[in-house]
Design a protein around this ligand. Sequence first.
Ligand code: AMP
Length: 393
Amino acid sequence: MSATVLVINSGSSSIKYQLVDPDAGTALASGLVERIGEDAGHIEHKAGSTKTERHDRVADHGDGLRQVLALFEEVGPALSEAGIVAVGHRVVQGGKEFAGPALVTDDVVATIERLAPLAPLHNPANLTGIRVGRELLPDVPHVVVFDTAFFQTLPDAAATYALDREVAEKYSVRRYGAHGTSHQYVSAKAAEVLGRDSLKQIVLHLGNGASASAVVGGKAVDTSMGLTPLEGLVMGTRTGDIDPAVVFHLKRNAGMSVDEIDDLFNKRSGLKGLTGENDLREVHRLIAEGDTGARVGLDVYTYRLRKYIGSYAAVMGGLDVLSFTAGVGENDDIVRAEAVAGLEFLGVEIDPERNAGRKKEPTVISPDGAKVTVMVIPTNEELAIARQAMSLI
Ligand code: AMP
């Protein structure tokens, strides 16, 4: 029996999980608990080709995880026989404290708690998952893997805001990045597929959240997310880069509170704010129907991508590999084509036939002999978390 890792990604009202065989690189089971604390909850558990759904109330995260563990025993694979050697937890914000995965101890929990003001939407929810996980699975080591860790190598010039130094230091205001586990996994995969180490790479993680990174020889040198995951690319519902004076303007002239502006920027902007839809499939449907606002929305989205590709090529003094990943990056050939349109001068071009369609495997989409290798690389954050957990125990 090979060793497995249970990977837990705990959100404010949901828990995603996967039972991973890190050696084989496969998932033995996966699932999702949603609507925790609401009248009717929802649990979806997939094992092989069998999908089981439950619609009972899920009182809290502990109740959710307890129901999931019961499902494992009931429909399989039985955890008691699955050879679990560790539980891996995703944590969004590790601040300057964590440059890699860490074994969960009471001290580590306290540090993640202390960092919560930097990720108020995420760290408390991640901690709840860790707490109930340790309670229900006390006999195996628990490991935390941070979204920020891969970006601890950012040079000061990239990580520092041009803000009064005392204020920045006192309130830990700097660029931490996010989605690091995915950027690390995808850039390492590209190097593995191409059989080359010393590469200058750009990774575009385009999901509902979206971020870009510049990676030289396996080390991150810049990334688009900052203090929080709000900075950078246009996202499903987030603004990405915006003049901070928009906050002052709305506060002074629209009478909006900071919380209302936070909600506006994080949940009602991006593609959703521009087109009414945060899902690219819906945006394309609107464009096909002749919706000019949706067309402008997609243009804003891909224009921002081109700006980042150009600036990261400049930061690295060149570019060898450009990779697309996550829900949009893996599935949307129109976005991929429009994101690189006009970048031939950098050596970036794609072959329309190779680019066509959704990609489930690492795929080169640039023509043979192109200066820059453009790829689609499906991300696998759960596998990356499982492997990092294994590396620690
Ligand atoms: P993620 O956050 O990585 O799960 O990505 C979710 C997003 O991927 C959705 O909001 C869609 O915008 C996008 N997406 C998923 N499937 C497709 C598809 N077939 N074509 C275009 N976009 C897709």
